[in-house]
Design a protein around this ligand. Structure first.
Ligand SMILES: [Zn+2]
Length: 125
């Protein structure tokens, strides 16, 4: 255990001790105070997090849903192209319209998710 000199009486005391065992001089504040401060900081942080929406989580979910929509639509378009026949032009057009609609929707979700995540990051600071 490393030893230090008491600033009051100059005797050797443990670096770990909070007060001098010879003269009772307080070397440093007891960790209870630190722990209390940490607790306050922690609860304050969690309170702030609970009071507002968890934008980072919402963003992640939004991005995930957007990606799933895109993936499903790409697969659907691919299947549609493979089974495409000339007499089903209207179906192909309908497919294309659906694809554009869903990709815009998915894209908006991803964009909204990214913004929500950025907003969440800014709020954390
Ligand atoms: Zn002392």
């Amino acid at each position: 255990m490393p030893l230090i000199n008491c600033p009051n009486c100059g005797k050797d005391i443990s670096e770990q001790s909070y007060s001098c065992m010879h003269c009772g001089f307080t070397i440093k504040e007891r960790p209870i105070k630190d722990a209390e401060e940490k607790l306050v900081q922690k609860s304050g942080y969690s309170n702030a997090k609970n009071s507002g929406l968890d934008y980072s989580r919402i963003g992640k979910i939004s991005i995930a849903i957007g990606c799933i929509i895109w993936l499903v639509e790409l697969i659907r378009l691919f299947i549609g192209m493979c089974s495409y026949r000339n007499e089903e032009v209207y179906i192909a057009i309908l497919n294309a319209v659906y694809f554009v609609g869903w990709t815009i929707m998915g894209g908006s979700l991803i964009l909204a998710g990214i913004f929500a995540m950025i907003y969440g990051r800014l709020q954390e600071k």
